[in-house]
Ligand binder design. Structure first.
Ligand code: SF4
Length: 178
């Protein structure tokens, strides 16, 4: 299976979960929604460390599709997470198909901060379009276990979801509308 990974802290338990279900897990990093670029690199470095520690392959998308991200969300700011999920999960399914994986999913499903039902809906819709099965599990109650795994590794931990809008909401004390 190909597992889209959003950050090390969401990936830790999720990788173990799918391994326990009998899947051979490969991770895929594709997150052009993380701004600025230096923040993206810090989160990616944390993910590289986790992949070495938990011994799972990590495929890193070439480039940084910042422009593609903004072309999708500008004008849809209130509903931006939908476009963000479509971009990231769509790319994951495309890479899964190209590289011969039969299933895909995402670590976003463990985050209590994300729009869980929307991720589920978009994953299913991409599965229908691409023919690559979307694996669903509600792992939100396991998020603290995931943090328990990463805590001793002392990995970089982000303070906002990813995009500049979410950074503004976090530090500008704007009401979150994700
Ligand atoms: S808040 Fe998070 S999920 Fe929503 S658009 Fe921004 S980075 Fe993507």
């Amino acid at each position: 299976m190909l597992l889209h990974v959003c950050c090390a802290h969401c990936a830790a338990y999720t990788v173990n979960h799918w391994r326990e279900q009998g899947y051979e897990v490969s991770a895929f990093w594709y997150n052009p929604n993380i701004h600025p670029y230096t923040e993206h690199q810090q989160r990616l470095n944390a993910m590289k460390t986790l992949s070495e520690r938990l011994k799972f392959p990590l495929i890193i998308s070439a480039g940084y599709d910042l422009i593609d991200y903004f072309r999708r969300v500008v004008g849809h700011e209130a509903d931006r997470c939908r476009y963000c999920f479509q971009l990231r999960l769509g790319q994951t399914a495309d890479i899964a198909r190209e590289q011969g994986f039969h299933t895909f999913t995402t670590t976003l499903l463990i985050s209590p901060q994300q729009k869980h039902e929307l991720i589920h809906e978009i994953g299913n819709s991409i599965a229908e379009e691409t023919g690559i099965e979307f694996l669903y599990a509600d792992l939100r109650k396991r998020y603290s276990e995931s943090r328990h795994i990463t805590k001793p590794l002392d990995l970089y931990r982000q303070q906002y979801c990813g995009c500049v809008y979410s950074e503004w909401e976090r530090y500008g004390n704007i009401k979150q509308d994700k």
